[in-house]
Ligand binder design. Structure first.
Ligand SMILES: *[C@@H]1O[C@H](CO)[C@@H](O)[C@H](O)[C@H]1NC(C)=O
Ligand SMILES: *[C@@H]1O[C@H](CO)[C@@H](O)[C@H](O)[C@H]1NC(C)=O
Ligand SMILES: *[C@@H]1O[C@H](CO)[C@@H](O)[C@H](O)[C@H]1NC(C)=O
Ligand SMILES: *[C@@H]1O[C@H](CO)[C@@H](O)[C@H](O)[C@H]1NC(C)=O
Ligand SMILES: *[C@@H]1O[C@H](CO)[C@@H](O)[C@H](O)[C@H]1NC(C)=O
Ligand SMILES: *[C@@H]1O[C@H](CO)[C@@H](O)[C@H](O)[C@H]1NC(C)=O
Ligand SMILES: *[C@@H]1O[C@H](CO)[C@@H](O)[C@H](O)[C@H]1NC(C)=O
Ligand SMILES: *[C@@H]1O[C@H](CO)[C@@H](O)[C@H](O)[C@H]1NC(C)=O
Length: 435
């Protein structure tokens, strides 16, 4: 298609050298001692400096399930009753283990990825103010090196990660919307360098992408939706960092968010779609670049997040939906890939993003909701049986844009990394969860 054009090797940059992992091993005992002291010191400091912070209050009751909104596409009678839990032994305290401030920036998007393959998750942030991404290398002990600034000629409104060229190194992918829409690939050499390649889409405005192997050739393809036209488009990864022209899957309506689900056959896949008018549909794919079936679910407001994971540990993929209202919603996959049941969970927080992760190491995926305006996150612990308890609400002092859940200090527990802004200052705040 004439609207597609490639530009190679737009830029290159080098990461500074970091300490070797051998050094880390040799100093392991000292690090543990130092880490303990640092954590204690920080904990004391933080409790002095930040007066409000975590108020862990385990509610003895479960989240109210709005059964009036429960829909099902099946005759399966899955219980949506709530039940009392025995979670009293888990009373988490959230404490700030690290906080960074940056002037003249606007942190919006974030991925965590082990950029330099030292087994420590690094933080990569997209800056909406200055057309650049910032890479913070994790040097262990909750310490991050000074940011590596990688200038881009375009503001990347969303960051993604995937191994795009099958060299077993995670690459970074940034999309920029607006009239200068482009997909930017930052290929990780593992040599502490990246090289950049840009796929320009001149005309359409990229709204969202998904990185997934559509045609089962073991290369990650790109699925795109645009904000100025309906339909879903696929750009196939042709290997050698080359991409196909886009293939169109016809749709009747504009898409807000989406995820690709259940890829069983070459080019036949299901799609989870959040409409611009708020509802969510599961579309069942056909071989001829169309969808043959569709099931609609009502949501309480416009959707901000769709995630796929097995929340109830029954080996079926579930659809986790975050929307800008006082609830989150899970469409549970049942025994076959055509059966789903939707459950709406009412919560006490208006929210603008949703993340999942096993926060308390009980092998169940928990949920956090965050809100931009009220500067709060709230934690919901999965206690099995499709039931969550509402737990801690944590307040910070900046507008929250995004969060990631990752074990940043290799202590076996996930930390919560928050980013956001307060006028022209941006923040990274790393929270630890201790029982
Ligand atoms: C993509 O489309 C352009 C213009 O239609 C065409 O010249 C080119 O060969 C196509 N590329 C591939 C890989 O199909
Ligand atoms: C590794 O880094 C060196 C020095 O920056 C550079 O010359 C070389 O091309 C890099 N190798 C790869 C595979 O990128
Ligand atoms: C993709 O990877 C799988 C698992 O390694 C392998 O069985 C399959 O043959 C690969 N497919 C292609 C097209 O290379
Ligand atoms: C795909 O196949 C379905 C069912 O056979 C048919 O209804 C539909 O029109 C076809 N779509 C396209 C784009 O060929
Ligand atoms: C699902 O919702 C979409 C968008 O509102 C609508 O176009 C479509 O007809 C609905 N499908 C069904 C099966 O109700
Ligand atoms: C879609 O959303 C509208 C409100 O925007 C609601 O009235 C309607 O019932 C929903 N349709 C479905 C099929 O969920
Ligand atoms: C838990 O429920 C109570 C009562 O409905 C509510 O006040 C509180 O805000 C909720 N907490 C969270 C984290 O949603
Ligand atoms: C889950 O729910 C079922 C039926 O309501 C009940 O029999 C079972 O004990 C519950 N499991 C747990 C772990 O609470």
């Amino acid at each position: 298609m004439s609207e597609s054009e490639n530009e190679n090797n737009i830029g290159q940059f080098t990461l500074p050298e970091t300490e070797s992992s051998l050094f880390h091993r040799k100093k392991k005992f000292i690090f543990i001692i130092v880490a303990t002291l640092i954590v204690i010191t920080i904990a004391i400091t933080v409790s002095v400096i930040f007066t409000k912070k975590a108020k862990p209050t385990i509610s003895p009751t479960t989240i109210t399930i709005d059964t009036s909104a429960t829909e099902t596409t099946t005759i399966l009678t899955t219980s949506t009753d709530s039940y009392l839990t025995t979670m009293n032994e888990w009373s988490p305290t959230l404490s700030v283990i690290k906080r960074y401030e940056f002037k003249n920036s606007d942190f919006q998007s974030m991925v965590t990825v082990d950029v330099n393959e030292d087994n420590h998750a690094d933080i990569v942030i997209g800056d909406e103010r200055q057309s650049r991404i910032l890479i913070f290398l994790n040097s262990a002990n909750n310490q991050f090196n000074d940011e590596i600034i990688y200038e881009t000629d375009i503001i990347m409104s969303s960051l993604f990660k995937a191994d795009m060229n099958n060299d077993n190194k995670i690459d970074l992918i940034g999309i920029s919307g607006g009239p200068n829409a482009a997909i930017n690939f930052l290929y990780n050499t593992g040599n502490e360098t990246f090289y950049r390649r840009k796929v320009i889409k001149r005309d359409p405005r990229i709204k969202n992408i998904e990185l997934v192997d559509i045609n089962q050739d073991n290369y990650t393809d790109i699925v795109i939706v645009y904000s100025n036209k309906p339909d879903v488009y696929i750009i196939f990864n042709m290997a050698n960092e080359d991409f196909s022209n886009q293939t169109k899957y016809e749709m009747k309506y504009m898409i807000n968010h989406f995820k690709v689900l259940n890829i069983n056959d070459n080019q036949r896949f299901n799609l989870i779609v959040a409409h611009e008018d708020q509802n969510v549909s599961i579309l069942f794919g056909n071989y001829n670049q169309s969808f043959i079936d569709e099931v609609n679910y009502s949501t309480k407001s416009l959707v901000h997040t769709i995630l796929l994971n097995d929340i109830d540990s029954d080996d079926n993929m579930d659809i986790i939906i975050g929307n800008y209202n006082f609830n989150f919603q899970i469409v549970f996959g049942e025994t076959s890939d055509k059966f789903y049941q939707s459950v709406v969970y009412s919560v006490g927080l208006y929210n603008t993003f949703l993340r999942i992760g096993d926060l308390n190491n009980d092998q169940r995926l928990d949920i956090i909701l965050g809100d931009y305006a009220t500067k709060k996150i709230s934690l919901y612990f999965n206690v099995g049986n499709r039931t969550f308890i509402n737990s801690t609400i944590y307040s910070t002092n900046f507008n929250l844009e995004n969060a990631q859940l990752v074990d940043i200090n290799n202590d076996g527990y996930m930390e919560i990394i928050l980013i956001g802004t307060d006028s022209i200052i941006s923040f990274i705040e790393i929270l630890s969860i201790y029982s």
